[in-house]
Ligand binder design. Structure first.
Ligand code: UTP
Length: 290
């Protein structure tokens, strides 16, 4: 039986340059999609999948994220004094339990691979999940839960993928596919941002991974790659030479909230699922004579 995945790493130390000036002082992970900060979608998805401990890799200017997952005494007391008990209890239920969340720092934004490596001491010698918070997932069950179900069958390393169109493949990490194995398929190669027309498939890596701990050893010696950053994909490619990787096609929708369009798309489409505003938003969209 595959060794259980109990910890998840959420890297939030990036600069968010695509969202300036909004992200000059506000972490991009705190931008709200409808009424939840982007990062909360990802934490909820992790706990829903059975993760017991979330490790944030943060950087300067990201303390708001830490505060968001803390108990806010004055807010709780004021809500209760004013009879808004349900709101107080919802906030309470959404706060991770004591000791279930850790924060470590990536002092310099040297790349995603380096950010994951910064969590090595907390992760220890167990398989772990990585969730990129700006990829907001809409699926039932959540994306990581779908991956965990496949992991229970096939073990190894798991990468979630989703279909893109050939004209957009050059923007993403793309996998090469091998034999089907239950709900998963073998990954035989990966290429980060392939030149137009050279992508080995139309399946892009959408920001969720289950990795075996040896990736940390590989990351410790990983040279810089694309963009002068230490890339997670490069380390996974090294590990692919000796360990199995499986892809799971996410049954749901991915919103790239690190880009302006993906963020707006998430706000509009998830608002249509939100009971407080659904009708008004649907009415607004219908009324637009575009
Ligand atoms: P992105 O590629 O979206 O980079 O990182 P970014 O710096 O956050 O944003 P842009 O491209 O400048 O707009 C993907 C994830 O990896 C984290 C980011 O915080 C994001 O969650 N990351 C990236 C780090 O934690 N450290 C890094 O050095 C790079």
């Amino acid at each position: 039986m595959a060794q259980p995945v109990r910890k998840a790493v959420i890297p939030v130390a990036g600069l968010g340059t695509r969202f300036l000036p909004a992200t000059k002082t506000l972490p991009k992970e705190m931008l709200p999609v409808v009424d939840r900060p982007v990062v909360q979608y990802c934490v909820d998805e992790a706990f829903e999948a059975g993760i017991e401990h979330v490790v944030f890799v943060t950087g300067r200017g990201k303390v708001l994220i830490e505060d968001h997952f803390d108990y806010q005494y004055e807010l709780d007391a004021t809500l209760r004094e004013r009879g808004k008990t349900a709101a107080a209890e919802t906030l309470d239920a959404q706060t991770p339990g004591a000791g279930r969340i850790s924060f470590t720092r990536q002092q310099k934004p040297l790349g995603l691979g380096h950010a994951v490596w910064c969590a090595r001491d907390i992760v220890g010698d167990d398989p772990f999940a990585v969730l990129l918070p700006d990829m907001v997932m809409d699926g039932e069950p959540g994306c990581l839960k779908q991956m965990m179900d496949a992991y229970d069958d096939v073990g190894g390393n798991i990468i979630s993928v989703q279909e893109t169109t050939p004209d957009l493949a050059h923007k993403y990490g793309i996998v090469a596919t091998g034999a089907q194995k239950g709900a998963a398929f073998e990954i035989t190669g990966m290429v980060e941002k392939p030149a137009p027309g050279t992508a080995p498939s139309n399946l892009y890596i959408n920001g969720r991974y289950i990795l075996q701990p040896r990736i940390m050893d590989i990351l410790s010696t990983q040279a810089t790659g694309a963009g002068g950053e230490i890339q997670l994909t490069d380390a996974m490619l090294t590990m692919l030479k000796s360990e199995p990787f499986f892809g799971v096609s996410f049954n749901g929708r991915t919103f790239d909230c690190g880009s302006k369009f993906g963020f707006l798309e998430a706000n509009i489409l998830l608002a249509l699922k939100h009971e407080d505003v659904r009708e008004e938003v649907a009415g607004l969209l219908k009324s637009l004579d575009l």
